[in-house]
Design a protein around this ligand. Structure first.
Ligand code: FES
Ligand code: FES
Length: 157
């Protein structure tokens, strides 16, 4: 079947079949390789993207389910020259080592901050609970999300 998706704010059309996952479509057809495949089983969160405003594991969503919907990947939220405040905060707080988990972490955090601009530490822990990191431990990641929330608040004035 043919599907149309608003991918990173741009309407895109893809051919897909009943077995293809959103993760496969993003990486292999859209060639957006910032979305990582850690487990392909819904357990690690490395494949997290934002679907209609909610963080989802793209390995657990069929491509055909996103027909007519909006998908945001890490490539859609910032650039090297203009990183998203979350990307900058992850760098500044030392929340990145290998970086494999980082795109998914940042998208889970963005979905949280889009709906909850002043999250508690418990809110952040809950929002990030599906994202596994084997490098940094989680303290710096949580601090990075808090730092980004503070900076975004200042930017909003
Ligand atoms: S690759 Fe999707 S949750 Fe691990
Ligand atoms: S920075 Fe390596 S898995 Fe998180």
């Amino acid at each position: 079947m043919t599907i149309t998706v608003r991918l990173n704010h741009e309407l895109r059309t893809f051919n897909t079949d009943a077995q293809e996952t959103l993760l496969h479509l993003i990486r292999e057809k859209a060639r957006l390789t910032g979305t990582k495949c850690g487990c392909d089983l819904g357990e690690c969160g490395a494949c997290t993207v934002i679907l209609d405003g909610r963080a989802v594991n793209s390995c657990c969503v069929l491509a055909e389910q996103v027909n007519g919907r909006e998908v945001e990947t890490i490539e859609g939220i910032g650039t090297l020259e203009h990183p998203h405040p979350l990307q900058q905060a992850f760098m500044d707080a030392g929340a990145i080592q290998c970086g494999f988990c980082t795109p998914g972490m940042i998208l889970s955090a963005k979905a949280l901050l889009d709906h909850t601009p002043h999250p508690s530490r418990a809110d952040i822990q809950k929002a990030m609970s599906g994202n596994l990191c084997r490098c940094t431990g989680y303290t710096k990641i949580i601090e990075a999300v808090e730092l980004a929330a503070e900076r975004m608040e200042k930017e909003r004035g």
